[in-house]
Design a protein around this ligand. Structure first.
Ligand SMILES: [Mn+2]
Length: 150
């Protein structure tokens, strides 16, 4: 029997992708579907695979839905010129959303589990784009989440 709850849960599977981008500086673009577009952060270092690895994530402009499948070369002279390839992809569920914090359950091929994105509390305007991205120490919540939704 397929409950309505199951259907609801499936619709909550949102797009998750990380694109490796070899522009002037190699970085990884984390993109999450939210409110009809792809919220985007640029990670200067390899995305965190394990708890304890904390990564700077610089908020960049939203990208349109559909961009998550893009791979190829952005031509020289254009913004972000260089090779783009999909480094990881899948879906995520939004567990908690606040003004300066997102808690998400990522179901990717490389990244799996509960992750957080937390905005720095800086005084300068430029600081507003600085976020921290990491895998939560407490992964037990998954059991509860799955228990509720599956
Ligand atoms: Mn990029």
């Amino acid at each position: 029997m397929v409950s309505s709850r199951t259907k609801t849960n499936k619709s909550q599977q949102l797009i998750y992708v990380i694109q490796k981008h070899e522009s002037s500086h190699l970085h990884y673009d984390l993109r999450l579907e939210l409110d009809g577009s792809l919220k985007s952060w640029a990670l200067p270092k390899l995305p965190p695979l394990r708890t304890g690895e904390r990564r700077l994530a610089i908020k960049v402009e939203d990208h349109p839905l559909g961009y998550e499948t893009f791979e190829g070369i952005i031509p020289a002279g254009q913004y972000g010129a260089g090779r783009v390839e999909i480094w990881d992809k899948g879906f995520y569920q939004l567990l908690d959303k606040r003004a300066n914090k997102l808690e998400i359950l990522i179901s990717g091929e490389k990244l799996k589990g509960i992750y957080s994105l937390i905005q720095f509390q800086g005084k300068n305007k430029e600081d507003k784009n600085l976020w921290l991205f990491f895998k939560n120490k407490d992964q037990k919540k998954i059991v509860r989440v799955k228990g509720e939704n599956y």
